[in-house]
Design a protein. Structure first.
Lengths: 384, 469
């Protein structure tokens, strides 16, 4: 292949939900865009996550972004030409003890100003509405407008919409060199292409720290790997997406009838691939039957994992680089970037074109970490 | 030294049994894990204990072979840890995950010989999901195992040696074989003769089946494809096509298959590298001449890593065993290298025969192109050829895993084990790519479904209590 140089207003590294939605938003703002994806758009965590589209349970500082995303999800069909199985099924966060229920009540009160519309119910009430819940459920907090979607479809649909809007998306194209001089970023790819752009968006997910390091701002990010499993299709019984206060498991029933369940941790096979561990699979199966007796006679037909980036405070990095003008980051979503991803894409597009955004993101600045990382350790902990 | 080695053989067909025999002969005590109730694999499947047909009645010409393999295993039983009825559903960190009688357990291994065999390769046609349509292998199992036929008036449609063998076995057993529809052309079978002469005995048997079937007045049509099975509650009719046009047959059962496909998921989970093998027209775990995979102490033998048939499986099983002995520096027999050379040579000759089979037995011409949009490809997820084509159009999917993510083909209970080859062909056709470029479905645990509720997992070797002696 010839060593051609392509120019654009904004180059994006990473074709996950953040990168692809940023590409689409940038086209709507009239910018030329080239997005580089090592594999296929949405083939990593954006495509293999649980599929929860949930605001409930997020840290309060994420809620303005989550609300912005909520409005995007509402119009997903118009935006992408496909609903991608998005449904506002409601998200129930389950308490298995009075103490857990108390924490849910505290969260409800604190999040009130953001307008999530949470409602607290007792176990008895919940079993009346949802007879498929087990006696283990002491109570719960319901967010009626949260829901779930098919993650395998969403990022590719954002990518396709971006392409239709005029973005250039190069899949199976790895960035092998990246530099900045005189305000211009130069990216060299595995396909021997050179891309030049004054603005660079780092949306490389669990691998974004490599890009940050290139510009002398290392981040204390570690990778973690969820354990996911799915049943064969079952008659529809569970309308809600479920989470559990204190972590443990999460579960939903997909459009086709399969129950998708997740929790615990898997392990990395290598830098790119991860798998659920056998202990985790057993644990997730046991915990889900405990909450959902219906699953007692079901079978698991497939398990999988992915690679997710975690920072010490489990908050993402969103915003401008502190070393390199023109570089903006959007990564490190600690296993819960799917719902807010499209809003982060829009925010990055605004930053790239206007230099500012209407959504508060200061708390996510990369500057919250010291420039020398030796003293910091990051642990992913259990899942939300 | 041999005390520290914990060899596991997965599959107790001809490859697994010969591998076990080889290891035992060298002082090892392998664990032999098999999904079936009794050893023998699909080819030498044994009848239930209370049945009393003779080997000749069940296995025909292969009775001698069957007897030798089955007897070999019977005499090995005291010297192996035999675990029938047991599925290996996952592997991680030097351990295999097992499922037996609804209970999961874990077993350690240091060395593994994968002899997982094959299933039928299915190319769907309209109505193939009706009751009464079976795979060729399934039809054969019904006969061998239970002594029953899949119907009273049976059509055999597909291609490959199994097509004629099973039709022959059915006719011999007294079933009404309505017709044999072979997608391959006669001219190709003639063209393949020189290569097929590499295994003259096998060829002679094949020709005998055909001659015998013809002598019984059974119609054999070449260049013929099944188009549509129909009926109210099960198969009543089959429309088939050849160059002269469409024809209709009355029947109550159809056995179909276009060769075999390897059960290679365990090799995949063990991270063996795969290569595209032209003679199988499929991605296969890579192996050297003696069956070493790309992973240390992981060996491949038999139809689970490339289709070569039962005799070759025996040789490959023994070879894999000998390779393990060599790699572990266990004292070998005086004739070790001679035996390796002999077996390798036999396998090479079998390979040349395989090329002949590939020439002689070919898929229906442009099967993918001819398959109409309404034909169900993935029966688990009810995905039609049209769904695949629409998805390719809409999403630009170019490879099989992407297609699966986009339209659910291969995403159901069988995880693409049945529909994989057909989906590959359709995707290759509508993206104008080779089957090789389309790729292969990645293997993910569990290899077959596992239940939610199991007894608590036993610790590393707790499952030993279940060992048969």
């Amino acid at each position: 292949m010839s060593n051609s140089t392509l120019q654009c207003d904004v180059a994006i590294v990473g074709g996950g939900i953040v990168g692809t939605s940023a590409a689409l938003a940038l086209r709507k703002l009239g910018k030329t865009v080239i997005l580089l994806e090592r594999d296929l758009c949405g083939s990593r965590s954006s495509g293999v996550n649980y599929g929860g589209v949930r605001r409930q349970g997020r840290s309060l500082i994420q809620l303005p972004l989550a609300q912005r995303a909520h409005a995007i999800w509402e119009k997903l069909s118009d935006l992408l030409g496909s609903a991608c199985e998005y449904t506002r099924s409601g998200h129930l966060k389950i308490a298995r003890s009075e103490a857990d229920l108390a924490s849910l009540i505290v969260y409800k009160e604190k999040s009130e100003p953001f307008g999530l519309g949470l409602k607290i119910y007792s176990g008895t009430q919940l079993r009346e509405f949802y007879p498929w819940l087990s006696e283990r459920v002491v109570g719960g907090s319901l967010c009626a407008e949260d829901g779930h979607a098919n993650p395998r479809l969403v990022s590719p649909a954002f990518a396709n919409a971006a392409i239709h809007a005029g973005a250039q998306i190069m899949e199976r194209t790895q960035v092998i060199e990246i530099s900045n001089s005189n305000g211009l970023f130069t990216l060299t790819t595995s396909t021997d292409q050179v891309i030049e752009a004054p603005i660079l968006l780092n949306c490389a997910g669990a691998w974004a720290s490599f890009v940050a390091e290139k510009f002398n701002e290392p981040v204390p990010m570690v990778s973690a790997h969820p354990t996911m499993a799915v049943t064969e299709p079952m008659p529809a019984f569970m309308s809600l997406s479920l989470g559990v206060e204190g972590g443990g498991i999460y579960a939903r029933q997909a459009f086709r009838g399969n129950c998708v369940i997740g929790g615990s941790r898997g392990f990395a096979l290598d830098e790119l691939r991860a798998r659920p561990s056998r202990e985790a699979i057993q644990l997730v199966l046991a915990r889900s039957v405990e909450l959902l007796p219906q699953l007692k006679h079901a079978s698991i037909i497939r398990t999988w994992s992915g690679t997710e980036g975690y920072l010490p405070d489990h908050e993402p990095v969103i915003g401008p680089s502190r070393t390199t003008p023109g570089l903006f980051h959007g990564f490190g979503f600690a296993g819960s970037g799917f719902q807010i991803g499209p809003a982060v894409g829009e925010v990055l597009a605004e930053l790239a074109t206007l230099g500012k955004t209407s959504t508060p993101i200061d708390e996510f600045s990369i500057s919250r970490f010291p420039s020398v990382l030796s003293s910091i350790t990051t642990t992913p902990g259990d899942l939300p | 030294m041999t005390k520290l080695i914990k060899p596991v053989i997965v599959g107790a067909g001809p490859a697994g049994i010969r591998a076990a025999q080889t290891l035992v002969a060298h002082g090892l005590r392998p664990t032999v894990i098999d999904e079936s109730v009794k050893w023998g694999g699909q080819i030498y499947r044994q009848q239930p204990g209370n049945f009393s047909r003779t080997a000749k009645q069940i296995y025909g010409f292969e009775a001698g072979r069957a007897d030798a393999v089955l007897t070999a295993m019977r005499s090995l039983l005291p010297q192996v840890d035999y675990r029938p009825n047991t599925l290996v559903w996952n592997a991680e960190g030097g351990q295999l995950d097992l499922l037996n009688d609804g209970q999961t357990s874990v077993i350690d291994f240091t060395d593994i010989i994968i002899a997982t065999g094959a299933t039928d390769r299915i190319l769907p046609f309209k109505g193939w999901t009706l009751p009464g349509v079976f795979s060729l292998g399934g039809a054969q199992v019904a006969l061998k195992f239970q002594g029953c036929a899949i119907g009273k008036k049976v059509v055999f449609a597909g291609t490959g040696p199994l097509l004629y063998l099973v039709a022959f076995q059915y006719a011999k057993a007294g079933a009404n074989v309505v017709a044999i529809l072979d997608s391959s052309r006669l001219s190709l079978q003639v063209k393949a003769l020189p290569a097929l002469l590499n295994q003259p005995v096998v060829l002679a048997k094949g020709m005998y089946y055909v001659a015998w079937l013809k002598a019984q007045g059974i119609a054999i049509h070449n260049d013929a494809s099944p188009m549509q099975a129909s009926g109210a509650h099960g198969v009543e009719k089959l429309i088939w096509r050849n160059s002269q046009g469409d024809h209709t047959l009355d029947c109550d059962a159809i056995a179909t298959g276009y060769g075999l496909r390897s059960e290679s998921q365990l090799a995949d989970i063990l991270d063996c590298k795969f290569v595209f093998v032209n003679s199988d027209n499929a991605w296969m775990p890579q192996k050297d001449q003696v069956g070493r995979s790309t992973e240390a102490h992981v060996y491949l033998a038999g139809d689970g890593s490339g289709i070569q048939g039962a005799d070759a499986a025996e040789w490959a099983g023994e070879l894999a065993g000998l390779a393990l002995i060599e790699d572990r520096h266990i004292e070998s027999k005086a004739n070790h290298s001679l035996r390796v050379r002999q077996l390798t040579h036999q396998l090479q000759k079998r390979q040349a025969f395989g090329y002949g089979l590939n020439t002689a037995f070919q898929d229906p011409k442009s099967w993918a192109r001819q398959t109409t949009d309404d034909v169900v490809i993935c029966r688990c997820e009810e995905i039609t050829a049209g769904d695949i084509r629409t998805s390719v159009q809409a999403t630009g999917a170019q490879d099989l895993n992407r297609l699966k993510a986009m339209c659910r083909v291969g995403m159901g209970r069988c995880q693409g084990r049945m529909c994989g080859p057909a989906a590959t062909e359709i995707l290759a056709d509508c993206t104008q790519q080779s089957v090789q470029l389309v790729g292969r479905l990645r293997g993910q645990a569990p290899i077959k479904p596992i239940p939610f509720v199991q007894s608590p997992a036993t610790n590393a070797n707790g499952a030993n209590t279940k060992a048969a002696a």
